[in-house]
Design a protein around this ligand. Structure first.
Ligand code: PEP
Ligand code: MN
Length: 339
């Protein structure tokens, strides 16, 4: 923390602030500047009371208290004032071009996947999504096709030229999933599985990190720090809704994360309106909001026959609705200064 003292503070007042800082468990380093005095306070903020209250407690002495070192150091804007861009094959995420990742919740079979891939590509998506390893709430529900699903994604990529994103569920599959995908998705249920984050980071593939079901933004940023701290700078955050008291929606999509992540971090922010509300009828509106608020990309579930989907049927849109959505998004993307 940096404690900035008001100009013209007497030595006696300075001494009393130094005493206070030591009392709170921090080691003060005094820097006497030309115009004013600044004190750097080093200490563990987890085990000591925050110094941020000093300005309120000593308004006649302390001008401001500025945290200098975010706990998420590499992820923070302080560390990297320019927005980062992420190269995914020939695409750049976080730059001028707005990207849409779309496809089924789960890869169910060749026909379903290829049909969806072709439709989303024709509508303007650049990246195909599809789960091969599925994190299902019940062990009796469809768990994904596993490696067979990965092979189908690779086939869809060959046939359409779309890049691919798929979820990594377990450390033991990190190399396998990395072999087939262009982006590794870390799901909401695993976003604080730090060993998995490290294994994913070490593959070198771009990582899309979903926000956990009840994850604070700071915890999310710190989870992202695990990726950057493990030599992988290609991180995107993905807001997919959080658990609240509301029952009209499956989750509450927190669009405030778009400006917050932009302020706090240099990493791109992606919005998933599908898990975000769990309702196909809300997808269009939430996508529009996300684009207008400055999101870098969308992750949307599209299924040729949502009523018969093997997972998340209620929230998947048809290829027809998806094409309509892409048309309706165009003027908003332009208004947001993107292409
Ligand atoms: C998904 O993308 O299908 C999924 C399971 O996402 P989440 O981890 O956000 O629930
Ligand atoms: Mn899903």
């Amino acid at each position: 923390m940096i404690i900035v003292l008001k100009p013209g503070i007497a030595r006696k007042q300075e001494t009393s602030i130094l005493r206070e800082i030591r009392k709170l468990g921090y080691k003060p380093h005094v820097m006497h500047g030309v115009a004013r005095t600044v004190i750097g306070a080093i200490g563990d903020e987890l085990t000591h009371q925050s110094l941020e209250t000093l300005a309120g407690v000593f308004p006649e002495i302390v001008e401001s208290v500025i945290p200098v070192q975010k706990r998420y150091k590499l992820v923070s804007r302080e560390a990297h004032p320019e927005a980062s861009t992420i190269q995914v094959r020939e695409h750049v995420i976080g730059g001028k071009k707005f990207h849409v990742m779309a496809g089924p919740c789960s890869v169910e079979g060749e026909k379903q996947l290829l049909q969806t891939a072709e439709a989303v590509k024709a509508a303007g998506a650049t990246i195909l999504r599809g789960g091969a390893f599925k994190p299902r709430t019940s062990p009796y529900e469809f768990q994904g096709l596993g490696e067979k699903g990965l092979k189908l994604l690779a086939k869809a990529r060959r046939e359409t030229g779309l890049a691919v994103i798929t979820e990594l569920l377990s450390e033991q599959h990190a190399e396998l999933v990395a072999e087939y995908t262009d982006i590794i998705q870390i799901g909401a249920r695993n976003s604080q599985n730090y060993q998995l984050l490290i294994a994913a980071a070490k593959t070198g593939k771009p990582i899309l990190l979903k926000r956990g079901l009840s994850m604070k933004i700071e915890e999310w940023l710190l989870a992202g720090e695990y990726v950057l701290a493990n030599e992988n700078a290609n991180l995107m955050f993905c807001e997919r809704g959080i658990r609240t008291f509301e029952t009209y929606t499956r989750n509450t999509l927190d669009l405030s994360t778009i400006p917050i992540i932009k302020q706090e971090s240099h990493c791109p922010i992606v919005i998933d309106p599908s898990q975000g509300a769990g309702r196909a009828d809300l997808v269009k509106a939430m996508c529009k909001g996300a684009v207008a608020m400055g999101a870098d990309a969308l992750l949307i579930e599209v299924h040729p026959n949502p009523a018969e989907a093997w997972s998340d049927g209620a929230q998947q849109v048809t290829p027809e609705i998806f094409a309509e959505l892409m048309r309706e998004l165009r003027p908003l993307i332009a208004a947001a200064g993107r292409e």
